[in-house]
Ligand binder design. Structure first.
Ligand SMILES: [Zn+2]
Length: 236
């Protein structure tokens, strides 16, 4: 793949990666890494660029949408803003002779560590704290909704899956992504109810969604929020 620039009439540029393939049409892919163009081998560069220019407005709009929804990476410094149960919390870092137990009070997560300039070290400690907080919180919600659904309490595990927020298997084990503890309880409750419903319906049939709705009537809104929130939850 090679890098190109498309010059727009207004003087701006759109960068794109070009891959020539044996295909008939021009394919455009817009993602977090920008614009990728798949072009037929026989099409000339001027021909390709004039075709791209016709789509320039659409491309620009899509690229803007993606950059607006792409959160900046977390900075592991004193005062950084994190999220817990949908609320912003502040990370406080102090240097100490030994690594102390994290303290969470009034929206401040205080970490006293031997090494506070090592981003990887700090991030590992914070992650550990989140996981520790996630498990009892998720268990409590699971108990509540398992009761409402009238099923015996399944086993709960935390997951770190990159693409899934929850899963349920035939051994009645439910896995919930620990990163969800950053989200508003509304979203966590929905994911828990979704996985619990799989204990009765191991599919995504209309019967399954009816069950989800009976257990969690606002599930559509929660799912919409979760989709928007996903890139933010993955900052951690
Ligand atoms: Zn599902």
């Amino acid at each position: 793949m090679s890098q190109y620039q498309l010059a727009l009439p207004d003087g701006e540029h759109i960068c794109y990666q070009l891959e020539r393939r044996s295909r008939r049409t021009i394919g455009l892919k817009i993602g977090a890494s920008g614009l990728i163009v798949h072009a037929p081998k026989r099409i000339s560069q001027p021909q390709l660029e004039s075709a791209l220019l016709q789509k320039a407005e659409w491309i620009r709009k899509k690229l803007d949408q993606i950059s607006a929804n792409q959160p900046s990476p977390l900075q592991w410094v004193d005062g950084a803003e994190l999220h817990f149960l949908g609320n912003p919390i502040q990370l406080k870092l102090s240097r100490d002779a030994a690594n102390r137990k994290p303290q969470f009070e009034q929206g401040v997560l205080h970490l006293r560590l031997t090494e506070i300039d090592d981003a990887e070290f700090v991030s590992a400690r914070v992650t550990q704290w989140y996981k520790k907080a996630a498990l009892p919180d998720f268990v409590r919600r699971l108990e509540l909704y398992a009761n409402r659904l009238g099923v015996t309490l399944p086993r709960l595990f935390l997951s770190s899956a990159q693409t899934r927020w929850g899963s349920c298997n035939s051994k009645r084990e439910i896995r919930i992504n620990w990163r969800l503890i950053q989200a508003h309880p509304h979203v966590i409750n929905y994911v828990i109810c979704h996985e619990l419903a799989h204990l009765k319906e191991m599919n995504h049939s209309s019967r399954f969604w009816q069950l989800v709705e009976s257990l969690y009537p606002e599930y559509r809104e929660a799912e919409r929020i979760l989709k928007q929130l996903s890139p933010h939850l993955h900052r951690l």
